[in-house]
Design a protein around this ligand. Structure first.
Ligand code: URA
Length: 247
């Protein structure tokens, strides 16, 4: 099947400039397709097959873009907000042009792994309540988290609205006046981690997402930083790595 796109639109989408700037580049003979200088910015090209060079830079075409971000606290998981900073506001220019959206939500005060993409199908599969995609969190909790809490979580606990959670895996890293834990959920109810701890009389003080399906947060990313996924990492989100069970 032919998969052609208009050259000026394609270059604009990949951050080479505005449509007018690209037209100017073409007029100045600065755009080539498979080595031939182009004279018309509106021609259709197949970016998967052709080598497109503009202003000395080769277009690195990707049909879909997948970005992992280490979300900082104070930023919301949305594409636009009139008042608050959003995760898409943090994207660098070279990624901001792709109309990425966050696949899933973290609370404003939660940090850690969030995926931004323009692949609606993959996002749908990750978020579908029917798929039970696993997500792993680290939390600092006030009070002593006990093996009884772990047993309760593995049975499911009843939240403030009467909903009984699916079995979740709780691992206690350190138990004390403040406890450190990791928790794997297979569903994503509103404020779920915080509400599960409230159900056993405890409060989450700090929350960070570490993993979605087989994809782990790259800990070299400082809060607010992001990078594109490798093809292997995209495969892990699609379940190529099999069922994820880190414990
Ligand atoms: N559970 C929460 O309580 N908050 C999040 O941001 C994610 C999961």
């Amino acid at each position: 099947m032919k998969n052609t796109l208009r050259l000026d639109r394609l270059l604009a989408n990949f951050g080479f400039g505005s449509r007018n700037e690209i037209k100017k580049m073409v007029r100045n003979g600065l755009v080539t397709v498979d080595g031939t200088v182009v004279s018309d910015a509106s021609i259709h090209v197949d970016p998967e097959k052709s080598i497109i060079v503009a202003n000395g830079k080769t277009l690195n075409y990707r049909k879909f873009i997948y970005v992992m971000m280490n979300k900082p606290a104070g930023v919301i998981s949305a594409t636009y907000d009139a008042r608050l900073k959003t995760v898409t506001d943090l994207l660098p220019d070279e990624l901001a042009c792709f109309e990425l959206f966050p696949a899933g939500r973290l609370d404003i005060d939660t940090e850690g792994l969030i995926l931004l993409t323009n692949d609606g199908q993959l996002a749908h599969n990750l978020l579908s309540p029917k798929k039970h995609v696993a997500k792993r969190y680290y939390a600092l909790v006030s009070g002593q988290v006990t093996e009884e809490d772990a047993a309760a979580f593995s049975e499911g606990v009843v939240l403030d609205d009467g909903y009984k959670t699916m079995p979740a895996e709780l691992v206690i890293i350190r138990s004390g006046l403040r406890s450190e834990i990791e928790l794997i959920l297979h569903e994503g109810k509103f404020h779920q981690v915080k509400r599960m701890f409230e159900a056993v009389g405890k409060k989450v003080l700090y929350l960070k997402r570490l993993q979605i399906a087989g994809l782990m947060l790259d800990e070299t990313l400082a809060p607010g930083q992001c990078r594109e996924l490798t093809p292997e990492e995209v495969g892990l989100l699609r379940g190529d790595g099999g069922q994820f069970s880190p414990f």
